[in-house]
Design a protein around this ligand. Structure first.
Ligand code: E4P
Length: 217
């Protein structure tokens, strides 16, 4: 299972990279704006900084919604760095563009996916990753994890290569449940990864080991 961090915050990206378990980064226009990164040139420069920190895939989202615009933007983004994955929204023009990129060997992440049908379409178009937003489904009383399970079943039925990237992960239990279901990737905040470390018996056990060591010295 790959771990991506879902942020444009360079300190958090560095921290996750230093932990040694990071496989990539996902960003979106909202995450960029949260870090105060606005304007095309600044956003492009920020993607380059992220690529310099991590060794894995970095999703960079297009903001065009028409085929020609998505293709132009996506080709520019893909040329920035070989780690860039062009993030394309699940709309009709986006599906066409994903097919175009796939034929050209440009990797894509189909974003804003909320149904099995959309995920099926993304796979048919040749998306490298499909991003079902589980947290946003949970927010509206719909089972986000169930969507991951259904997409897993459909993709396995037909041997689709598209990787299921569980997005909008909000906490550590989402990560664990996605791993049980068989999501290929999860993207979440640093806290969702660091939460995996935590167990009170580890802390209690370590404190006792260290105290006992001191007794003998
Ligand atoms: C996916 O790539 C998105 O950036 C992200 O996971 C959205 O998460 P949110 O629902 O917490 O905004």
């Amino acid at each position: 299972m790959k771990f991506f961090i879902d942020t444009a915050n360079l300190d958090q990206i560095k921290e996750a990279q230093d932990l040694g378990v990071l496989d990539g980064v996902t960003t979106n226009p909202s995450l960029m704006a949260k870090e105060g990164i606005t304007g095309k040139e600044n956003i492009i420069a920020h993607y380059k900084k992220i690529c310099d920190i991590v060794t894995g895939d970095v999703s960079a989202e297009v903001i065009s919604t028409d085929f020609d615009g998505i293709v132009k933007e996506g080709e520019e983004l893909a040329k920035l760095h070989d780690q860039i994955i062009v993030k394309v929204p699940m709309i009709k023009e986006g599906v066409k563009a994903i097919k175009y990129f796939s034929d050209k060997g440009i990797k894509t992440n189909c974003t804003l996916v909320f149904s099995v049908g959309q995920a099926l379409l993304a796979a048919k178009a040749g998306a490298t990753y499909v991003s079902p937003f589980i947290g946003r489904l949970d927010d509206i009383s719909t089972d986000g994890l169930n969507l991951i399970a259904e997409i897993r079943m459909v993709y396995d039925n037909y041997g689709f290569d598209t990787q299921i990237l569980a997005a909008s992960v909000r906490h550590t239990m989402h990560v664990i449940d996605c791993a049980k279901i068989g999501a290929d990737v999860m993207t979440g905040p640093l806290s969702s990864i660091e939460g995996l470390l935590k167990h009170p018996l580890t802390d209690i056990g370590l404190a006792k080991f260290l105290a006992d060591y001191k007794k003998g010295n």
